[in-house]
Design a binder for this molecule. Structure first.
Ligand code: AMP
Ligand code: MG
Length: 467
């Protein structure tokens, strides 16, 4: 049995080519079979068919037989798709087995390329330069080519009315933009002789075959999916969203909208952390407020670990009488790290519960916001396959004084001023959430490092931290 592959981008004409080859082989007396690698979104069976119902009801295989043909459908139910070598074994022996698709298989194959065409960058007239003699040459307009249609070869002495994006007809070597031409009946007078190639967009001038246009490990932005679509890519392999469990510890917490009894505070972290999690494309599982008790915290950790890849909590992670997160993690899983030398945010915890990763953030609103950006952000992005998670700092001028730095690395809330320098929010208290809303970003200040007005500092704009 001879095996031969035909590969190419969708729309390149593989199927049409194969369709024309098959009768030639069959005509020579060969038995020909074919394996086609179908698109992700393709299915042979559809709702409404009996076979569909039997499959959905749970059959492992459904064989449908009729006078015309028989087909067996085998359900993978989440198992990986078998490689080509295995599928080849399933085909009855034949003289020639054609393989359509399976671009990366080792089978000998031909690649099908549909040569795209040069197109017009302007509304105007496609012309042959050799026809343009004298000051105001006149040509007969023999055809009209709109974007989406293909014209006829351009005959000597004629012009083609052409529009932006329409393919340039064979024989034409420039476009005269309509502002440089005058239509007179079925003729056009060229007022300005174009350069060779003028207003022709050469195919391949933006992207060459074989060029890498998008690399693995990037977060797809709108322009990236647009670029993929522009070369006909209908689907892209992506990582699934990370399932992020969030809960908020504290007997003092009340939801905005509910009455605020004495001694209670609103659960602002729920909004800050949900918003941040959305920014990083997580599938959010928000378990709400958990009371300050070991049992309640343990029970919630267990529940979240069952349905999430990563658990992030707020509050209860230091060593106060009402702090139960640390012992709860130790009881339900493993605490791998606790406390970091940074301000705000000292009592951050990291661990594991079952298969889920755990990050416990401090409850102070500024601390949980900053530690989310500094620790949780890169962790979530890495988990979702992003290769470069570094938030890039820029050097900027401090227009403030910071005479009494902490022994820990500090992240100060600052804002651009009209002079192109940075102002400091007057209070850097980790309970004052206003500083985070006021600021344009954070100054990353090394331990024990005083700042004087005019000093260069490392500034990380929010735009970098939300990227
Ligand atoms: P904790 O880390 O639990 O000791 O909390 C530190 C401070 O943050 C306390 O003043 C808490 O009231 C406050 N806090 C804790 N959780 C939240 C929250 N979800 N929203 C706003 N403030 C909070
Ligand atoms: Mg607390």
């Amino acid at each position: 049995m001879k095996i031969f592959g035909i590969a190419g981008w969708s729309g390149s004409g593989k199927t049409t080519l194969i369709e024309q080859l098959i009768p030639r082989f069959v005509g020579r007396g060969l038995t020909v079979s074919l394996i086609k690698h179908a698109h992700h979104s393709f299915d042979v069976d559809h709702p409404g068919k009996d076979s569909y119902r039997h499959r959905v009801a749970g059959c492992r295989e459904v064989l449908v037989s009729s006078q015309a043909r028989w087909v067996v459908m085998h359900e993978l139910r989440g198992e990986p798709e078998p490689p080509l070598e295995e599928q080849i074994k399933r085909v009855s022996p034949c003289d020639l087995l054609l393989v359509e698709g399976y671009k990366r298989s080792g089978v000998a194959k031909i690649e099908v390329w549909r040569p795209p065409m040069d197109n017009s960058a302007m509304d105007g007239y496609a012309v042959r330069l050799a026809d343009l003699e004298g000051p105001s040459p006149r040509l007969r307009v023999a055809q009209k080519i709109l974007a989406g249609s293909v014209g006829e070869p351009l005959m000597p002495g004629t012009a083609a009315r052409i529009f932006t994006g329409a393919p340039v007809p064979p024989g034409a070597d420039a476009i005269v933009m309509q502002e440089d031409a005058a239509a007179e009946g079925d003729q056009v007078v060229v007022r300005k002789i174009p350069q060779s190639g003028e207003w022709i967009r050469r195919i391949g001038s933006d992207i060459q075959a074989g060029e890498v246009i998008l690399s693995a490990g990037i977060r797809l932005r709108p322009q990236d999916t647009g670029l993929a679509a522009s070369v006909g890519i209908a689907s892209l392999p992506v990582h699934r969203r990370v399932r992020l469990g969030l809960f908020f510890t504290g007997d003092e917490l009340v939801m905005p909208g509910d009455p605020l009894p004495p001694g209670r505070i609103y659960n602002s972290n729920r909004f800050t952390l949900n918003g941040l999690a959305k920014t990083f494309d997580c599938e959010i599982h928000d378990y709400g407020i958990v009371p300050d008790s070991l049992d309640a915290t343990r029970a919630m950790l267990r529940r979240a670990a069952g349905g999430c890849d990563v658990i992030v909590t707020s509050g209860g992670v230091s060593v106060g009488e009402a702090d139960f997160v640390k012992p709860a993690v130790e009881a339900e899983g493993e605490l791998l790290m606790w406390k970091i030398a940074m301000k705000p945010g000292r009592p951050l915890a990291f661990g594991r519960i079952g298969t889920a990763s755990f990050i416990g953030l401090p409850g102070n609103p500024v601390s949980s916001f900053v530690t989310f950006l500094v620790f949780v952000r890169p962790f979530l992005l890495k988990t979702q396959g992003v290769a470069d998670v570094q938030a890039h700092a820029i050097t900027a001028r401090a227009d403030f004084d910071w005479p009494e730095p902490d022994l820990r690395r500090e992240f100060l809330r600052v804002k651009w001023n009209a002079r192109g320098g940075l102002d400091l929010y007057p209070t850097q208290d980790s309970a004052v959430l206003m500083s985070t809303a006021w600021a344009d970003g954070l100054v990353d200040n090394p331990p024990n490092h005083a700042i004087c007005p005019g000093d260069a500092v490392k500034f990380i704009p929010y735009s970098e931290l939300y990227r």
